[in-house]
Design a protein around this ligand. Structure first.
Ligand SMILES: O=C(O)[C@@H](O)[C@H](O)[C@H](O)C(=O)CO
Length: 546
């Protein structure tokens, strides 16, 4: 691709060069870069390596959208790594202006290792921040800077990619460019989330993901849980004699001590043995195969998720799965049991908190015993259990995953800035909820309590995002809403993006408020959900300030 030379350039490259030289001079002083003449230089992105300079320009165009371009000042011998739009030669060096493309990401990642996703194994606390739109990570990274929490910002399940019509590459690059933009050198995660087949694992790995979340739902025999003891026994006894002997010798009527301080026990009854084997042994073998084919050769973080099975994972089930992996020399990075109660999308935990605490505590001790962390899926908005998770997992570390709740904060921007668009989106989501019945299980599908569209008006629509069922309708219908078409036009997408791009600062503010409610409860800054909400929820309509 040929680049524009100085005389044809769309910007004053000479002036840009003067700012580069000012940056180089400032590095030798306080490196604050606070008096550059070009105010479009996004200071958090400035990187200086020897006499080489890199940064992003943030240009607000005539529509009010912020356009980001990369500027590189490097030796002519190396700058050819980048695909430039414009170039100014300067002695033995050159200044280029370039797009945020995959080739230019790869060129930057050659120079800055922190531009590549890394393992979360070495981080005690990690938080999944799935970004369904691709423009939430800057706010998330700015919020987390200095908090010593590892952000997994490239985290979209195959389900989300399918529904939103995005690729893992789209997700990866949106996240990676945010890392450069914010100068986030702490480390970041990219994961193939809820991958179920070797193809899906391979897809995530080849894009550059460092973690795979192997969803075992479809290789777990969920029928075993429903069997009578008699039928369970009959099916167990149909196994090979050596299999039966091994399982009974290893687990039957055995009690295992677990926990970092060996202060808890897991006991196996006959039912526990037979149910655990018939439910999970196939998944153990599948996970073992994936481990040897992908996790070892590509040095991946390995999460095993069973959080979306129809039934809770008992503590013996969890111990059985972990111990069978352990016997095979496999220690996952994280495991995601399905905990007691319900972790439905977009709303708080559903269940008895005391029972949850008892259940989570033993799962946590099993994880400590085998040397991995628990992973809490659908962590969005589960504020009631965060104090419990934060307390019980504080010593060993936690990994909590969120995603759709950040999409709802984008919907909140629409509800404030174009209420009619929000009303139309909600009506469409409500009337087409069957689109997602094969993808998600949530109360709003069946309880009939979601706000009726006729009650949602431009003057009265923001309440939907505080209503559990209304939240679930908007949360799960993200893909249908963003891809609905009529006469080859997007019904909502173009208007949605126009509003969001014009109001990125408001979106960022909503994201930071919402993320603070999650993080401040997990880290113990606030002891209860109500305390966090009282402290963090805006008392006025802050949208009027943007
Ligand atoms: O909606 C999805 O598919 C994802 O958000 C998925 O559930 C993810 O693993 C998650 O738990 C984030 O909260």
């Amino acid at each position: 691709m040929q680049y524009l030379l100085k005389e044809d350039s769309t910007m004053d490259l000479d002036k840009l060069l003067k700012n580069v030289q000012k940056i180089l001079a400032d590095v030798d002083n306080d490196a604050k870069f606070d008096n550059l003449s070009n105010k479009e230089i996004y200071v958090p992105s400035i990187q200086v390596q020897g006499r080489n300079v890199y940064f992003n320009l943030h240009h607000v165009n005539e529509k009010g959208y912020t356009e980001k371009t990369l500027v590189v000042y490097e030796d002519k011998l190396s700058i050819g790594d980048f695909v430039a739009d414009e170039r100014l030669d300067h002695g033995q060096r050159a200044l280029i202006v370039a797009q945020q493309t995959e080739p230019n990401y790869k060129a930057l990642a050659k120079r800055f290792s922190w531009m590549k996703p890394t393992s979360r194994r070495d981080y005690k606390y990690s938080f999944g921040l799935g970004d369904r739109l691709g423009n939430a990570s800057n706010a998330h990274l700015r919020f987390l800077k200095g908090k010593h929490i590892f952000p997994v910002i490239a985290q979209q399940s195959i389900r989300e990619l399918t529904l939103m019509h995005r690729t893992n590459t789209d997700v990866f690059l949106d996240a990676a460019w945010s890392v450069f933009d914010e100068g986030f050198t702490y480390g970041w995660g990219a994961e193939g989330d809820h991958v179920k087949t070797e193809y899906e694992v391979d897809y995530a790995v080849k894009v550059g993901c460092r973690t795979i979340v192997l969803d075992c739902t479809e290789v777990i025999n969920n029928k075993a849980v429903t069997l009578s003891d008699e039928e369970l026994d009959k099916q167990f006894n149909a196994l090979d004699d050596d299999q039966k002997k091994y399982f009974n010798d290893t687990y039957l009527n055995k009690t295992f001590t677990v926990g970092a301080h060996n202060d808890a026990e897991v006991h196996f009854t006959k039912h526990d043995v037979e149910e655990s084997v018939l439910t999970f042994y196939g998944a153990v073998l599948f996970a073992t195969k994936i481990y040897h084919k992908f996790v070892v050769p590509y040095d991946l973080d390995f999460e095993i998720s069973m959080d979306e099975t129809p039934y809770s994972t008992t503590n013996p089930n969890h111990y059985f799965f972990a111990n069978e992996l352990h016997r095979r020399g496999i220690t996952p990075t994280t495991m995601a049991p399905r905990f007691y109660g319900e972790f439905q999308k977009a709303i708080d935990y559903i269940g008895d908190l005391d029972k949850f605490e008892k259940d989570f505590s033993l799962h946590e001790k099993i994880a400590e015993h085998f040397g991995y962390k628990l992973s809490v899926h659908s962590g969005s908005d589960k504020l009631s259990v965060y104090p419990i998770i934060g307390r019980l997992a504080k010593a060993h570390g936690w990994h909590v995953k969120t995603a759709g709740t950040h999409w709802l904060e984008a919907c909140r921007v629409i509800a404030h800035k174009d209420p009619q668009l929000f009303v139309d989106m909600y009506r469409y989501a409500y009337n087409n909820l069957d689109d997602v019945k094969d993808f998600y299980v949530f109360n709003a599908q069946t309880d009939g309590n979601a706000p009726k569209p006729e009650t949602v008006t431009p003057d009265h629509c923001q309440f939907v995002l505080s209503d559990d069922d209304g939240r679930q309708v908007m949360h799960t219908m993200f893909g249908s809403l963003m891809n609905a078409q009529h006469n080859y036009h997007y019904v909502f997408r173009d208007k949605f993006w126009d509003i969001l791009k014009k109001n990125q600062k408001l979106y960022d503010k909503f994201l930071n408020i919402h993320l603070a409610e999650h993080i401040d409860l997990l880290t113990g800054k606030y002891a209860t959900k109500q305390e966090a909400l009282d402290a963090l929820e805006p008392k006025t309509d802050i949208a009027k300030e943007y």
